[in-house]
Design a protein around this ligand. Structure first.
Ligand SMILES: NC(=O)c1ccc[n+]([C@@H]2O[C@H](COP(=O)([O-])OP(=O)(O)OC[C@H]3O[C@@H](n4cnc5c(N)ncnc54)[C@H](OP(=O)(O)O)[C@@H]3O)[C@@H](O)[C@H]2O)c1
Length: 407
């Protein structure tokens, strides 16, 4: 294949999270280092402002203009880079033409989507084309779903070494999560509820844990929907808002690694709220709050009020101080078929959705562009395509830690 001008292009560089990603790549790789990269978006003025904020030297950072709706302009982007990383969202509204063009032109691609209904549509429409062209498409390279996907990958590698078999069940429990939402993320969540309101059959599809897996397995999956006590984590639990995407990605990773976690593998995610009456009441409050938000977002009048008065607007998000003060701590409780147990802890040093997500996406796109994966084209997951190499990058550069705890 003809050598391309850039290793990677950041498309949507002016988005809230795109700006964090650009700052990260700028600090880590600069302009004339080992990674050749460019920024792209639809608005030249906004892209110039972004470069000004990076400083004098960034004025020469290559800049390309493309609209997410123009396949011709997206083709030009693809002709210039090995990988396109996109932060133009909600992806279900703006992201489809780029995935199509990447699949057609054999250009690798990664993004931050958590919109599982859209991923399912992209796989159905473009997987064959990507296999033929050699394009590796990797959705979900942010907080959803890298810590979950690689946390499970890490625990399963450890279980195989320690016990000679993978865990048959893993329970991911969120012990601590400190961070805020941005307008783009809320817009994506509200768009899912809008799609469900318009097409009732979608709710059934979204409930399928194997929605983006090549085949539906017989193993019934646990799912924390209300407040409940977990004797394994010794804590009350509430539903976790990202579980609906993370669990689907983990099951696809299992399938794409030739069912390396087993065909009976069970996986669920929930938030720990502590024990005793306080833990129980907090779990009930969180479960009720989440149900209230989803109902509110599904009904047109309350959705309008939420968008207008309550949630951040697209382009808005947490301050830099708030990103620095954020962090997360996830626990993975694994049990093998013979009853052996193993616990992993995964932590991140900034807020999950922005500071940490920008760094994870930065490492994922450079990993995709520079590390040698020798994998064919198709729709991959972070763990199934980049497993070990991404794990190492995240720990060395992105402030994540993966460690085993005494069981
Ligand atoms: N997985 C995770 O952990 C995670 C974390 C954070 C965000 N996200 C997702 O990432 C996405 C971005 O979030 P955000 O808060 O950064 O969004 P945002 O600030 O609202 O930015 C949206 C971006 O899309 C661009 N855009 C919209 N229509 C376009 C078009 N027709 N052509 C070209 N560009 C177009 C906008 O360009 P202009 O600047 O020119 O308006 C802007 O750069 C969302 O889908 C969000 O859900 C995921």
């Amino acid at each position: 294949m003809k050598k391309k001008e850039f290793d990677l292009i950041v498309f949507g560089a002016t988005s809230f999270v795109g700006q964090i990603l650009v700052q990260y790549l700028w600090k880590r790789h600069g302009m004339n280092g080992d990674v050749k990269w460019a920024i792209a978006g639809r608005d030249p003025g906004k892209l110039d402002l972004l470069k000004n904020r990076l400083g004098e030297q960034a004025r020469e950072l290559p800049t390309l203009i493309a609209n997410a709706n123009s396949e011709d302009e997206l083709q030009t982007l693809c002709s210039k880079a090995k990988v396109i990383v996109s932060t133009v969202g909600p992806y279900a509204l703006y992201g489809s033409p780029l995935v199509k063009v990447c699949a057609q032109t054999g250009t690798d691609y990664c993004d931050l989507t958590g919109e599982v209904q859209w991923i399912a549509r992209m796989i159905e429409a473009h997987e064959e084309t990507a296999k033929q062209s050699g394009a590796r498409i990797v959705h979900c390279c942010g907080f959803d779903s890298i810590p979950s996907d690689l946390g499970v990958f890490f625990l399963q590698q450890s279980a195989k070494v320690q016990y000679g078999e993978p865990c048959q069940q893993i329970r991911m429990r969120v012990r601590k999560l400190k961070g805020e939402f941005s307008g783009g993320t809320v817009a994506s969540m509200i768009n899912v509820t809008r799609e469900v309101a318009a097409d009732r059959s979608l709710a059934k599809k979204l409930a399928n844990p194997y929605l983006i897996s090549p085949s539906r397995l017989a193993a019934r999956q646990p799912n924390v929907k209300f407040a409940e006590f977990d004797p394994v984590a010794k804590s009350w639990l509430a539903p976790f808002v990202m579980a609906g995407i993370n669990t689907r990605v983990v099951h696809r990773s299992n399938a794409l690694q030739n069912y390396g976690y087993g065909k009976e593998f069970k996986y669920d995610e929930a938030m720990m709220t502590g024990n005793g009456l306080k833990g129980r009441l907090t779990a009930m409050g969180l479960a009720g709050g989440m149900a209230g938000f989803l109902i509110g977002a599904a009904l047109p009048p309350t959705r309008w009020a939420l968008e207008k008065f309550v949630v951040p607007k697209p382009g808005e998000g947490p301050s830099e101080t708030s990103q620095q003060r954020g962090s997360y701590d996830l626990r993975f409780y694994g049990t093998t078929s013979k009853g052996n147990t193993l616990v992993a802890k995964v932590t991140g040093d900034m807020d999950p959705g922005y500071g940490s997500t920008g760094k994870m996406l930065g490492e994922a796109v450079v990993c995709l562009a520079k590390d040698n994966h020798e994998k064919a084209g198709g729709f991959w997951t972070p763990a199934s395509l980049m497993g070990e190499t991404l794990l190492a990058r995240l720990q060395q550069h992105a402030g994540l830690r993966f460690e085993l705890l005494p069981a």
